[in-house]
Design a protein around this ligand. Sequence first.
Ligand SMILES: Cc1cc2nc3c(=O)[nH]c(=O)nc-3n(C[C@H](O)[C@H](O)[C@H](O)COP(=O)(O)OP(=O)(O)OC[C@H]3O[C@@H](n4cnc5c(N)ncnc54)[C@H](O)[C@@H]3O)c2cc1C
Length: 254
Amino acid sequence: MNTPPSTAQPVQHRMRSTWHSATIVETRAETPHSVRMTLAVPTWPGSEPGSHLDVRLTAPDGYQASRSYSVASSSPWGHVVLAIDELPDGEVSPFLVNEARPGDTLEVHGPLGSYFVWRPGQNDRPVQLIAGGSGVVPLYAMAVAHDLAEDTTPFQLLYSVRTPADAFFAAELTELAGPSFQVTHVYTRQAPTGWPGTVGRLTRDTLAASTIPPSERPRVYVCGSTGFAETVATWLLDLGHSTTDILTERFGGL
Ligand SMILES: Cc1cc2nc3c(=O)[nH]c(=O)nc-3n(C[C@H](O)[C@H](O)[C@H](O)COP(=O)(O)OP(=O)(O)OC[C@H]3O[C@@H](n4cnc5c(N)ncnc54)[C@H](O)[C@@H]3O)c2cc1C
């Protein structure tokens, strides 16, 4: 797989990353175990589709904890949207999902990750997005950018979730789907009524059957838990994709 290049990105694509004060302006349930959070970040310089930021929380006793979250969208007026999945035994995500409220303040550092981005105009090759769970967040940002730019680059998303209710940005992805953006779901625990496919974890055969073949040299973006991303990347290599065509982002865990 590609490793993040230290100097490979053109200068014009770099955005200055620094710490910013942020205020939560809205939270709403994204799935039964996650929240969509809109932050007002007046000094936010903007971000590219796929990039992320670090959220830093500071307790009254001064203890700090920070975690990375992908930017689902950001606006010119400094609203930044995140989607955060709760890990029940986690330190930060349960607070953000269950306790953080509009008006609360925190700090964010970014934008970060110019490596895992797709930019409109990169239209020489098709794009295959592959997500597990909350790993769809940066890929959703790419799909939105593709749509807003009316870019005709063929885009496909293979999205693995436990159940339909666990899908992030479900309505938006349905809306975005069309001739140049195909969405395929894998349901690992429960599928919608009438689902024609099988229910179960993503397999190498399903991956091969549901993604753009290596002969078309797609740019492949893989995002999810560390185990998901590594398994999928290994299968992609087995199927014949080139290591330089696969970009992975690992959210942590096994
Ligand atoms: C670049 C980047 C972007 C990210 N973007 C998002 C995002 O958009 N939305 C989102 O919900 N999360 C995202 N994450 C994951 C996020 O940074 C945290 O790791 C996650 O919220 C857990 O933090 P925590 O403090 O609750 O858990 P921790 O206290 O850090 O960990 C608790 C336990 O859960 C395990 N664990 C940590 N992360 C995961 C995981 N992803 N899956 C399974 N087990 C895990 C740990 O190994 C540990 O055992 C991103 C991570 C990275 C590196």
